[in-house]
Design a protein around this ligand. Structure first.
Ligand code: NAP
Length: 500
């Protein structure tokens, strides 16, 4: 296995184009083996202050650069990411634990986002329309919001940052970014690339540190005009309260409790493959991970047996090693939470059919591993079927027909992703209409979003915004309606209109 390492011992903050050492730091731990990779600063409110000051100053000039020129920088960022994809993917596995194949996929999302948003530099369409009065012109344009605060989780440490930073930058904003303390290396690698690509100083600033200090300082800062957050519902609620009290714009992408529906006419081979990939990929630590299977009673037994066989074949270990399919959980706190839910599931009366234990693979005894786990005979009211576990734990719920399946799917407080396996086109169209989630897959698992479509969810998954897709621009721009009256006289709307 080639050696993977970071080129510094302590990651520096990146403020106004300078790498700045912090005063205190904490270790970043490789979840695969419990070893320290690097240290990361625990920054202060003063560091946030410096970053916001730099961003505010830089944004004034950047907003006046034509969008196609702003886009040129994003094209170069995309190109550099592409050239360094393998190196960055390995570092991503090192800090986050996901298997290398998935890490490569995540970096690819960043590359795709760079090129897609660079394309927006030549589109970013507004509307022109007819005015109701003669000799008057009407149009709408997008204007940057100013300084954008980005707060990201550890489970997609580079992709989510690019979903937010790239649309923000192409739209003429400056960014202050706080990555998750568990996974700061991707931020360091990304700012190095942005600098090399020629992004002017002050437009992308990174301040490492805790959510309670750095994150809250950003949310409270009067010169941060919008907060774009991805993470847990608990933190999202706190951010919503703080932003609400300041009338600050904010976008939240939160948790999920995603289900795969398997109907009696489904291709079961395909369904098993889709379920296993979306439930146990990233060890179940995806917001879109499948954690419920809603299965038609006619195929329940067969599906359950096939799932057990497939789960037995999954290999657990260090994601940098060939042939490993399930990497570690991010830390011991993550393991402890999963263990609590295993006990909850048993107490509620669900049947544990496979898995359920923390494991210590040979020579990785200090890593954080959990067996892929399947509960059967779960019901929709159980906590294991309602709450986000964020680990490789799947619950099987049996239903009689499509109506019941859709009701079960929609019974949770979240609304991120859902999927249905069926060969019946009528069921497909009914399901895509009635499943109350922001993303619906047909004959595929619950994961696999593409960056040019809107990403996000309904209900408790967010507050109505979307990351990625053209819709991401709505978070980072304000719509401005512009009326140009060239009649040479005062024309009063709704009053001086001649009726025919
Ligand atoms: P988290 O604990 O909410 O942390 C997310 C980020 O918020 C981290 O950078 C964290 O900083 C920061 N933070 C914590 N408290 C804060 C506060 N009071 N003010 C401002 N920032 C604060 O979530 P997580 O455990 O990292 O991520 C897992 C969650 O993210 C899951 O619920 C998952 O479903 C969700 N997620 C959603 C999506 C989506 O698009 N819907 C995508 C991926 C993940 P520190 O941790 O460094 O202190």
């Amino acid at each position: 296995m080639p050696k993977v390492s970071v080129d510094v011992k302590v990651l520096p903050n990146y403020i106004n184009g300078e790498f700045i050492q912090g005063e205190t730091s904490v270790p970043v731990i490789n979840p695969a083996n419990g070893e320290k990779i690097v240290d990361v600063p625990q920054s202060t409110r003063d560091d946030v202050e410096e970053a916001v000051k730099a961003a505010k100053e830089a944004q004034k000039k950047w907003a006046l650069v034509p969008a196609p020129q702003r886009a040129e920088v994003l094209y170069r960022i995309g190109q550099l990411l592409k050239e360094r994809k393998e190196e960055i993917a390995r570092l991503l596995t090192l800090e986050n634990g996901k298997v290398l194949e998935e890490a490569r996929g995540e970096v690819q999302e960043g590359i795709d986002m760079a090129f897609y948003m660079a394309g927006e530099g030549r589109r970013m369409f507004g509307q022109t329309t007819h005015a109701e009065l003669p000799n008057k012109f009407a149009m709408s344009v997008r204007a940057p919001v100013g300084v954008v605060g980005i707060i990201t989780p550890w489970n997609f440490p580079i992709a989510i940052a690019t979903w937010k930073a790239f649309p923000a930058l192409v739209a003429g904003n400056a960014v202050v970014w706080k990555p998750a303390t568990e996974t700061p290396i991707m931020a360091y690698e990304l700012v190095k690339i942005c600098e090399e690509a020629g992004l002017p100083k002050g437009l992308l600033n990174v301040v490492y540190g805790s959510g309670s200090t750095v994150g809250e300082a950003m949310v409270r800062h009067p010169d941060i005009d919008v907060i774009s957050f991805t993470g847990s519902n608990e933190t999202g609620r706190r951010i919503a309260e703080l932003c609400g009290s300041q009338l600050k714009k904010y976008s939240l992408e939160l948790g999920g409790k995603n289900a795969v529906i398997v109907m009696d006419d489904a291709d079961l081979d395909l369904a098993v493959e889709g379920i296993v990939w979306s439930a146990f990929g990233t060890s179940g630590q995806r917001c879109t991970a499948c954690s419920r299977v809603i299965v038609h009673e006619a195929v329940k037994e067969e599906l359950e047996n096939r799932l057990i066989e497939e789960i037995k074949r999954l290999t657990i270990g260090n994601g940098l090693e060939e042939g490993i399919r399930v990497g570690p959980i991010i830390n011991q706190a993550g393991i402890d939470k999963i263990k609590r839910y295993i006990e909850i599931g048993k107490d509620e009366g669900a049947t544990l059919v496979i898995g359920g234990n923390q494991v210590h693979p040979k020579s990785l005894e200090n890593g954080f591993y959990f067996e892929p786990t399947l509960f059967t005979d779960a019901t929709i009211d159980m906590r294991i079927a309602q709450e986000e576990i964020f680990g490789p734990v799947l619950s099987l719920i049996t239903v009689k027909d499509l109506d019941e399946a859709i009701e079960a799917n929609n019974s949770v407080k979240y609304g991120l992703s859902s999927s249905i396996f069926t060969r019946d086109v009528n069921k497909v169209f009914r399901a895509q209409r009635d499943l109350d989630t922001g993303i619906v897959y047909v004959n595929a698992g619950t994961t696999g979003a593409e960056i040019h479509l809107p990403f996000g969810g309904t209900k408790g998954t967010g507050n109505g915004h979307r990351d990625s897709g053209i819709q991401a621009l709505d978070v980072f721009t304000e719509w401005k309606a512009v009326y140009v009256d060239y009649s040479g006289k005062l024309q009063r709307a709704q009053i001086d209109v001649e009726t025919q």
